[in-house]
Design a protein around this ligand. Structure first.
Ligand code: UT7
Length: 330
């Protein structure tokens, strides 16, 4: 079987919905600022859920739609920068919870592009014959790395997980993928989970990477990342269209990483495509990093928006810096 198709999607979201007005009680912000600058109105925040819980919920829904049993999975990749534990990794935790005893499991760290990078890796495993059925999950509990006193970041993000099942197939469901990275600009979006502390280190404190400050909480130069997204996203989408021989007008839906409505709107203009073709759920979920694309795809699938033969472009961008786009045929 030469092809790879996506045969199921699922999402797992925390129960607690936090509105912009709720945040205005915590930091100096307003619903007006957040909604006009970003399009975000509320986000889900994990209180009782772990990342594993959210990944399990997303994975089970995707597996049910794909009609795949846990023992059928031979590969699990979780794209995340906020695993419950550094060790064991999030994908092994998910494997244990699912009982997917035949799977090889590893995590992939590519921030908001993580789902596309993980999907690319999984499809290569399948095309190379190393796997037949892969579970690809993007999941984040970003709320645990946010500085809840910093209004420039804490209002933007949400928690959640999205999953897709990829299977070897007679027909082709992933028509093309393009990815890229620019580490030189990476410190524009960073955080450090732990400081280096060992008997040989003389002083404790923040790690310097080439004399650049690393933040203990998520730090983002918003306008820099905004400019990067406006440049790179249209280019990567154009690249994947060129690679596959399609035009923007042939695409039924564009599902971009849900960071900011103004980014989606600008990309639509650049591609000369109606904004109506851009799926939006950032108003309800905020920016869930690696989870945003599969959560959106799961919602679209549940709402019956994905019809056989449709062409969908997905595009991720963010920390690293990283970016990627893929053309999917439903
Ligand atoms: O997921 C990874 C990829 N991430 C992204 O793609 C994010 C890209 N960046 C963005 O979406 C936007 O840059 C932001 C939404 C983060 C910020 O929007 P902006 O229009 O670039 O605002 P800004 O950072 O230039 O700030 C404008 C003003 C500042 O005040 P002054 O200096 O003009 O007086 C900020 O202090 O808005 C202020 N501000 C706020 N005001 C009320 C920043 N955050 C807030 C806030 N509430 N939450």
């Amino acid at each position: 079987m030469a092809g790879v198709k996506i045969s199921g999607y699922g999402a797992g979201l925390p129960k607690l919905a936090v509105t912009n007005d709720d945040l205005a009680q915590i930091v100096d912000t307003s619903d007006e600022w957040i909604s006009t600058r970003t399009g975000i109105r509320e986000r889900r925040i994990a209180v009782d859920e772990t990342l594993t819980d959210l990944c399990v919920e997303a994975a089970k829904a995707a597996m049910a739609q794909a009609e795949v049993m846990a023992k059928d999975l031979d590969l699990i990749i979780v794209a995340t920068v906020t695993a419950d534990l550094p060790l064991p990794n999030a994908s092994c935790m998910l494997q244990r919870a699912l009982g997917a005893v035949n799977a090889t499991c590893f995590d992939l760290s590519a921030a908001c592009s993580g789902f596309i990078f993980a999907m690319n890796t999984a499809q290569m495993y399948i095309r190379g014959g190393a796997a037949k059925t892969a579970l690809v999950v993007g999941g984040e509990i970003l709320s645990k790395i946010l500085d809840w006193t910093d209004r420039s970041t804490c209002v933007l993000f949400g928690d959640g997980a999205g999953a897709a099942v990829l299977t070897a197939s007679e027909t082709e469901g992933i028509l093309g993928i393009t990815t890229g990275s620019d580490g030189a600009k990476g410190m524009a979006l960073n955080f450090m989970e732990r400081e280096i502390a060992n008997p040989f280190k003389k002083t404790s404190g923040k790690i310097d990477v080439d004399d650049m400050d690393v933040s203990r909480f998520l730090y983002m130069e918003g306008p820099e990342i905004f400019k990067f997204a406006l440049t790179k996203v249209p280019v990567s989408i154009s690249e994947v269209l060129k690679k596959t021989g399609y035009k923007a007008a042939d695409i039924d839906y564009f599902v971009l990483h849900q960071a900011n409505y103004r980014i989606l709107s600008s990309v639509a203009k650049r591609l000369h495509v109606s904004e109506d073709k851009f799926y939006v759920n950032l108003d309800r979920c905020g920016n869930t990093s690696a989870a945003s694309i599969p959560i959106a795809m799961a919602e679209m699938s549940r709402r019956g928006l994905l019809k056989k033969g449709m062409k969908i472009v997905i595009a991720g961008f963010g920390g690293g810096l990283t970016w990627g786009a893929a053309l999917i045929e439903v």
